[in-house]
Write a protein that binds this ligand. Structure first.
Ligand code: IP8
Length: 266
């Protein structure tokens, strides 16, 4: 069957782990999303999967100040932490791979620490490895600690930055989907407010008070995601923030053209 195009999906760290407790996996959420990934493939789309770090990355990265690069006073402990976070990310990734393989899906994992350098949307690395997979093989990558060429030596490349380059540079991306862990989309008020409602549409010009948990997240939380999503929407017409706890909404979206969630527009 000819491909209907590509769907790029990020499984948010808050969906696949409990962000507050070190290395706590949410296997039932992962299994639920993976079943939908199989359905998307059965609908005739190619996929690219990205996932966040959640409590497999952010907690230790914050404790050891990894996002700000090398600190000569704490070099040894930081290098150990970099190694440990990379191992933990591979462990988190293996849970997702396991779930995909149980559904007989074929995957190719590309850990960013092996092919990417630098942070932010201009990170270096050959994205074309993600479009070369054939026969329904799904390329997978994740937010990671990466090397930097400058004196800071290392930094954190967020899955949201990977989402940007993967969505914009790979041809034929029809949908870019950010699956969130605890909300139905972008909310009009901080999600802790009981009156908060899902915005059907979000554009950069519209002011939204977002709640970003700076205690845990070393990359940029919802604000980074929104910035990257807005940039992606200049190239991809269907960019959505959806509730990862109800991943079947992706199927609804690709079949019916609409679902519950937030569409990001320029
Ligand atoms: O959760 C962060 O990736 P993100 C990666 O996608 C690490 O922002 C290692 C904290």
């Amino acid at each position: 069957m000819d491909s209907k195009g590509r769907v790029v999906i990020k499984l948010g760290g808050g969906l696949i782990t409990d962000k507050t407790k070190s290395k706590t996996i949410n296997m039932s959420a992962i299994d639920k999303v993976c079943k939908v990934i199989l359905e998307i493939q059965n609908e005739g789309y190619d996929l690219v999967i990205v996932h966040g770090a959640g409590s497999y990355g952010h907690i230790l990265a914050k404790e050891m100040n990894i996002a700000n690069g090398i600190d000569k006073n704490n070099e040894h402990a930081q290098r150990n932490a970099v190694k440990k976070i990379r191992e933990d990310m591979l462990e988190l990734n293996s849970h997702i791979i396991e779930s995909l393989k149980e559904l007989n899906l074929n995957v190719a994992v590309h850990p960013p620490s092996k092919w990417a350098k630098g942070i932010g949307i201009k990170f270096e690395g050959d994205i074309s490895i993600f479009e070369k997979e054939s026969n329904g093989i799904i390329p997978v990558c994740f937010g990671d600690v990466v090397d930097r060429d400058d004196k800071l030596e290392f930094g954190i490349l967020s899955g949201d930055d990977l989402m940007y380059r993967l969505s914009v540079e790979i041809p034929d991306v029809k949908y870019t989907i950010f699956l969130l862990g605890d909300v139905g989309g972008v909310m009009d008020l901080p999600p802790t407010n009981p009156d908060a409602k899902i915005l059907e549409i979000w554009s950069k010009n519209k002011f939204v008070k977002t709640k970003h948990n700076t205690d845990i997240d070393v990359t940029g939380g919802i604000d980074l995601k929104l910035d990257r999503a807005a940039r992606i929407s200049k190239h991809v017409s269907e960019v959505w923030f959806l509730d990862g706890r109800s991943p079947e909404r992706i199927i609804e979206l690709i079949r019916d053209g609409e679902t519950i969630g937030t569409k990001i527009i320029v």
